[in-house]
Design a binder for this molecule. Structure first.
Ligand code: ZN
Length: 379
């Protein structure tokens, strides 16, 4: 989620607020000012009520930020830089540059946010006791903040991924099974189950007359469900990118062309009828280069008949190639950083396959579909 407003930096982390957050800020300030504080002190002036309402909302915002800073602080100590913290309608989120690579790091990072919230809840609770005999209204502010921080801790500790509790559960299963994908599938499954519970429970509650709060729960559930599915897919994709060799995805069957063919022939006798965007160019039984649709597009149409493949191809010396053992992630990075659409796969100097960006993305989509199906049937 992109932030609309940048607040500044803490510990080098950019703090941003999404536009949706202002809706919640306004609603909260309003309900505290006209309902909560007048219920503590019925003689409260509208000015004091609103001042306390806005102040409490700002402190709630500070509490959510402190929770996220707890995560970020531990992440940085584990060697994971944090890009930004974004606050939005449902709370906050820390944007890490990468996921933790071991269960212990994941556990420490996940637990640190709720730990901050619990400490804050206790501190505000003590303030509330101290002030209760002197200033009931001020004690009310502290009571509210103690409750909010306790709720932040409890809600986030629900063991459904990607909530903090779900990350704790994932770290525990990951540690026991040494299988991050299985750990993610189980904890995201719990997350999805919990999200559905919120959705259906919320809708049922709305019909039973609890109204707006029920719909609010359903909305949070809907948000959690898509987050659980999204983070599971992300884990699956990064796992596949790290583990699968290019030899499993590359095309082994393809046509080749000779350098003295014209570009017109390359286009109309090979590329279009074969639906093959790139052709390896062979001369005397050796790979001499690669001619692709993008190379041909650079030549004016009326010159395709006079231009040879040799003149337009990427010659072997300039060609980027990969070995069959290369992982998908590295190949994808290479395709993107060099802005090319396909690569020849070479084994011991011999061409054994072709890999294109389209093949790679289709393979990822297929795997993602299969794994997401597993998530939905196993919760
Ligand atoms: Zn958290």
């Amino acid at each position: 989620m992109k932030s609309s407003f940048k607040l500044g930096r803490i510990l080098g982390i950019e703090i941003g607020i999404h536009a949706s957050w202002f809706i919640i800020f306004a609603l909260l300030s309003w309900s505290l000012s006209v309902a909560y504080y007048p219920s503590i002190d019925e003689n409260i002036s509208p000015f004091t009520g609103w001042t306390l309402g806005i102040l409490s909302s700002l402190l709630l915002f500070g509490s959510v930020l402190a929770h996220e800073l707890g995560h970020s602080f531990i992440a940085i100590r584990q060697g994971i830089p944090v890009k930004s913290i974004d606050l939005f309608i449902f709370g906050g989120v820390s944007n890490l540059t990468k996921e933790p690579d071991n269960p212990a790091a994941e556990f420490r990072m996940a637990i640190s946010g709720p730990a901050v919230s619990i400490v804050l809840a206790l501190v505000f609770w003590v303030f509330q006791i101290v002030f209760s005999s002197q200033n009931a209204t001020l004690a009310g502010v502290f009571l509210y903040l103690a409750q909010i921080n306790a709720m932040l801790a409890i809600f986030n500790l629900i063991p459904g991924f990607p909530l903090d509790g779900g990350r704790v559960l994932r770290a525990i299963i990951w540690n026991a099974s040494n299988d991050i994908r299985r750990a993610t599938r189980i904890s995201a499954g719990v997350g999805l189950g919990f999200a559905y519970l919120l959705i259906f429970g919320g809708i049922a509650a709305a019909f039973l007359g609890i109204g707006i709060s029920g719909l609010w729960l359903a909305l949070i559930g809907w948000f959690l469900a898509s987050a659980a599915q999204g983070s599971f897919q992300q884990t699956v994709i990064s796992e596949i990118l790290r583990e699968v060799n290019i030899s499993r995805v590359m095309k082994r069957e393809f046509k080749t062309i000779e350098p003295d063919n014209t570009l017109y022939q390359a286009l109309h006798e090979y590329i279009l009828p074969l639906n093959q965007r790139a052709l390896p160019v062979f001369e005397n039984g050796k790979l001499a280069g690669l001619i692709s649709l993008s190379d041909i597009k650079k030549i004016p149409t009326n010159q395709l008949n006079q231009t040879s493949v040799r003149q337009a191809m990427t010659p072997f010396e300039k060609l980027r190639t990969v070995g069959p053992e290369e992982h998908l992630g590295n190949v994808l990075n290479l395709l993107q950083s060099e802005d090319i659409n396909q690569l020849p796969v070479l084994s011991e100097g011999k061409l054994i396959g072709l890999i294109s960006r389209t093949d790679l993305i289709e393979y990822l989509q297929m795997r993602q579909e299969i794994e997401t199906g597993q998530l939905n049937s196993k919760h």
